[in-house]
Ligand binder design. Structure first.
Ligand code: GLN
Length: 474
């Protein structure tokens, strides 16, 4: 087994001096995938393809014609289309579906010579925060196999954590890149909404969904962001703002003004070791000359309900296309059109997805629309305005990524709302569209990784990455 690399530049240096080849790397990752199959991180491994591509890329590196990502072997979440490859969103309803085109991000990653080694397990249709709603079963955390990986991009995070690939791509609707990254001791970046094309990503909640990298270094997050970002004629929500060369612009910047959420420290719902980690970092930042102040966020209690009303409403609409007719699973017991719809959807979707379709349909229905959906949209606007106001005064908001570390697999919450509440710190960036990053902040007393999160203004990913690099060196 080759050693584990923190950044692509380390890999490139070793390739340059002949210490390693892309082919050797791929073989080593494949070895780790095989020996860690019990972690359940991959829904499918593209073994032969990755091997043959590695030989081509080694040749391109030798001839000096290789792209920016040559030597980077990645996993992609199983909701990202890759032409000619299966894609399931970890759902029975799409179990045997093959992508007929590639997502824009896959095309861009391949054009820069990344190697895609497989598709990673995730929560069904990205709905969950523990990777336990997957039709293919939960993903186990490499730090403690009795615990969850986090979710919904749990397979992507564990694939990197256990060195089954160098980096991975996830999607983040309400925290699904950041929270599993924090549970696995990695970096998870959710860019500004509109920074990266969603073309070819299976939609969950379209006004929230964003693609993001899970990496071991800030440089790799920056590099993957710059390759994937930017306008796309297939997704009109992508902003036409310039895409900086994020990875080459990373530099140390001067003293910053940072706000942290008072409730993250005072609330009984936050694990004490998470609180202590936050306090330790606040002290370190102050000692380094930054201004760090507590703030109260009046809408804190509204974050989770607003997110879930809107995300479920959008999900109920997006998932109406899985009807047993267009594509995907069709119930063999169906006898006519209506029973095709009913049976295919009843048998094809899992429990959590059904719950969300029903709740989403309810909040959109005549008679309840104004009370729930329209109201939630108004609250979303207030949350955005208040967040923007804070970010006018401060450079960053610092909060935990999750209120607790990875929890045991199978922990049964009687009330799904308890599970939803665990998204309290990640949904603010999702509701406002702001960029946010989860950074590893050490382990707790049981050796479980903890993560802290930084949020900043729209399209200021460069500042976020600069400060993240510095933050990790504190
Ligand atoms: N846990 C959140 C949810 O279940 C976020 C999931 C995500 O970001 N895809 O909706």
């Amino acid at each position: 087994m080759t050693k584990s690399y923190t950044s692509l530049s380390e890999i490139k240096n070793e390739i340059a001096i002949g210490k390693v080849t892309v082919e050797k790397l791929v073989k080593s990752y494949l070895g780790n995938i095989a020996s860690n199959a019990h972690l359940n991180a991959f829904n499918e491994v593209f073994e032969n393809e990755a091997l043959s591509r590695s030989v081509e890329i080694d040749a391109r590196i030798k001839s000096g014609t290789a792209g920016k990502l040559a030597g980077m072997v990645i996993g992609i979440k199983d909701n990202i289309c890759y032409k000619g490859h299966k894609i399931s969103a970890s759902s029975k309803i799409l179990k045997d579906f093959t992508s007929v085109y590639s997502s824009t991000i896959v095309e861009r990653l391949l054009a820069e010579d990344a190697i895609i080694i497989g598709r990673c397990n995730c929560d069904e249709f990205a709905m969950g925060a523990a990777n336990e709603t997957s039709f293919f079963g939960p993903v186990k955390n490499y730090a403690d196999q009795t615990r969850v990986s986090g979710g919904s991009s749990g397979g992507s995070a564990v694939a990197v954590q256990a060195d089954m690939c160098h980096a991975a791509i996830g999607t983040d609707t309400g925290g699904s890149v950041r929270q599993p990254a924090s549970f696995c001791g990695l970096i998870g970046l959710k860019p500004t909404y509109g920074r990266i094309s969603r073309h070819g990503i299976i939609a969950y909640a379209s006004s929230f969904d964003q693609v993001g990298p899970i990496t071991r270094s800030v440089e790799d997050a920056a590099l993957l962001l710059e390759v994937m970002a930017g306008p796309d004629e297939y997704d009109s929500t992508v902003a036409s703002v310039a895409v900086p060369a994020f990875s080459s612009e990373i530099k140390k910047t001067g003293p910053k003004k940072i706000a942290y959420l008072q409730e993250a420290i005072s609330s009984p719902g936050v694990d004490s070791e998470v609180k202590n980690t936050l306090i330790t970092y606040i002290d370190k930042l102050r000692a380094e000359g930054h201004t760090v102040k507590p703030i109260a966020f009046d809408y804190l209690d509204y974050l989770v309900p607003t997110y879930y009303v809107l995300a479920m409403a959008e999900a109920s609409s997006n998932l109406s296309r899985y009807d047993g007719v267009h594509y995907g699973y069709r119930s063999p017991a169906a006898t006519d059109l209506v029973s095709t719809y009913k049976r295919s959807r009843s048998e094809g979707f899992g429990k959590e997805v059904k719950r969300r379709i029903m709740l989403g349909t309810f909040v959109l229905s005549a008679g309840y629309y104004d009370a729930y959906f329209a109201k939630a949209q108004k609250v979303r606007r207030l949350i955005r305005e208040k967040t923007d106001e804070i970010l006018q005064e401060y450079d960053f908001i610092l909060i935990p990524t999750a209120p607790e570390p990875a929890f045991p697999i199978g922990r049964q919450e009687k009330d799904p709302v308890v599970t939803y509440l665990s998204d309290i710190f990640t949904v603010q960036a999702s509701l406002t569209g702001a960029p946010a990053i989860s950074l590893p902040a050490g382990n707790n007393s049981k050796g479980l990784p903890l993560g802290l999160q930084l949020l900043t203004k729209h399209f200021e990913e460069q500042e976020l990455l600069n400060f993240s690099k510095y933050f990790l060196e504190l």
